[in-house]
Design a protein. Structure first.
Length: 369
C-alpha cells in the first residue's frame, strides 16, 4: 500500500502540493456517485466500476478494495484513461470537473492526508425517468428512449432504478452531507428526489447545498411545488438543460417547449428569485451555430444574468461532436462565436464567460489540421 504520509511529509525534496498535481482528484475521498443502474463510479465522467448498490451496501463499496486502489492511484498522481473527459476539457483551456472539485473542496484535503474519507458530496442518479427524448441522449438516461433501446436489445425495462432495496441506507449519510447533486433522467419528476428533500427538512438540514441538472419543464410533483421547497434551503443552484431557443430547441430536445420554459423561469423569478439560475447547453453540431441566439435572447428578456451560462462540450455520440464538423463548418461556427464574443465584451460579461467561448473554439479545433 502507498503511504500517503510520504506524499505529504517527505523532507528530502520539496514537494509539489498534491492539489496542483496533474492527475490528482479529490472526488474519491468525498464524492459518492451512483448511476441509474446502481453502478458506483468515481464520478459521472468516469465509468470505472467500483461496485453496485444493488449487490452490496454503500459502506462495503465505499470502504472496499476498488475505492482504496483508486485513492492510492490519484494520491500518487497516476493518470486513469477513464478520466479522458477531464483531460480533454483541460486541453481546451476550460476548467474540468476535476479542477473545479479540487478548488471547491481544497479545505477537505486533510481527508486525503489522513486517508479518512467520508462521503460529503452525493451525486445519485435515482432512475432514468424522463419526459424528454433528446437527440444526444439514450435509454440509460431517459425512459422516453425505451422503444429505440429495446429494438437494439439495450434493455427490456423502460424504467431503470438505482436502488431496489437499500434506499434507506443512503439517508443515513445525510447528517454529514454538504452537497447533493440531482440529475437524471429528470430529477424534478422523481419520487426519490422528493424523499431526500423531505428527510433534509425533517432534520432541518437547510445548509446542505442543492444542485440540479434539470430540463426545467416540471415545477410541481404530486402537490409539491419545487419552487416553494427551494425557498427553505440556503443555497440552491439550478442548471437548466436547454440547447437552443425557439423551434430548434424543441427539435433537439423532443418534449421541450420554449414558451413553457419562459413561463417557468418567470414563475421562478417571482417565487424564489434568490435561487441561482444558469443555463447549461450541451454544445454539439446540432446547436453550435445557434448558441449565441439562445444566450442573447434570454439575456434580452432579463431571464438570466449574462454570466450565468455553463457550456457542456459533448463528446459522445461522436456523430454530434463539434470536432467532427467539416473545416468549412468549423470556420463558419468560429465566425459566429467570435461575433458573440464581441457582444459579450460590449455587454460587460466577465472574462470567465468570454474565455469559455474562446475555449469552445479551441475545443472544436483540437483535431483540425
Amino acid at each position: 500500500m502507498i503511504s500517503l504520509h510520504l506524499i505529504f511529509n517527505s523532507t528530502t525534496l520539496p514537494q509539489q502540493p498534491i492539489i496542483e498535481k496533474k492527475h490528482f482528484c479529490i472526488l474519491p475521498w468525498i464524492h459518492l456517485h451512483v448511476s441509474q443502474n446502481g453502478r458506483v463510479s468515481p464520478c459521472c465522467n468516469n465509468n470505472k466500476y467500483l461496485g453496485n448498490v444493488k449487490e452490496n451496501t454503500i459502506d462495503e463499496i465505499w470502504k472496499g478494495k476498488a475505492f482504496e486502489e483508486l485513492r492510492e492511484q490519484f494520491a500518487s498522481n497516476i493518470p486513469d484513461k477513464r478520466c479522458n473527459h477531464c483531460y480533454n476539457i483541460e486541453a481546451s483551456g476550460k476548467e474540468s470537473m476535476r479542477q473545479i472539485s479540487n478548488q471547491k473542496y481544497a479545505k477537505e484535503l486533510d481527508r486525503v492526508e489522513t486517508n479518512n474519507p467520508e462521503p460529503i458530496y452525493l451525486d445519485i442518479r435515482f432512475s432514468n425517468i424522463c419526459n424528454f427524448k433528446c437527440k444526444t441522449c439514450w435509454h440509460g438516461n431517459s425512459s422516453a428512449w425505451f422503444e429505440e433501446g429495446s429494438k437494439r436489445n439495450a434493455s427490456d425495462e423502460r424504467i431503470i432504478k438505482a436502488f431496489t432495496n437499500n434506499f434507506d441506507e443512503l439517508l443515513n449519510y445525510l447528517d454529514d452531507i454538504k452537497e447533493i447533486y440531482f440529475a437524471g433522467g429528470e430529477p424534478l419528476i422523481m419520487e426519490e428526489h422528493y424523499q431526500v428533500l423531505e428527510e433534509l427538512e425533517k432534520r432541518e438540514l437547510f445548509d446542505v447545498e442543492l444542485r440540479y441538472n434539470t430540463n426545467f419543464s416540471n415545477l410541481n410533483f404530486k402537490e409539491k411545488s419545487i419552487l416553494h421547497l427551494w425557498k427553505r434551503f440556503k443555497k440552491v443552484h439550478v442548471s437548466a438543460s436547454i440547447d437552443a431557443a425557439f423551434k430548434l430547441g424543441e427539435e433537439i430536445r423532443a418534449g421541450f417547449n420554449w414558451e413553457e420554459f419562459i413561463k417557468n423561469r418567470k414563475e421562478m423569478l417571482n417565487i424564489c428569485p434568490e435561487v441561482y439560475f444558469e443555463i447549461t447547453p450541451t454544445v454539439s453540431s446540432l446547436n453550435i451555430f445557434n448558441l449565441p441566439e439562445l444566450h442573447q435572447e434570454l439575456v434580452k428578456q432579463q431571464l438570466m444574468d449574462i454570466n450565468n451560462i455553463y457550456l457542456n462540450f459533448l463528446e459522445r455520440p461522436q456523430e454530434f461532436n463539434v470536432q467532427q464538423l467539416s473545416i468549412i463548418q468549423k470556420k463558419e461556427a468560429q465566425e459566429i462565436l467570435n461575433q458573440h464574443i464581441k457582444w459579450l465584451v460590449t455587454n460587460n460579461a466577465t472574462q470567465k464567460v468570454i474565455t469559455d467561448f474562446d475555449n469552445l473554439i479551441s475545443y472544436m479545433k483540437i483535431y483540425l489540421i
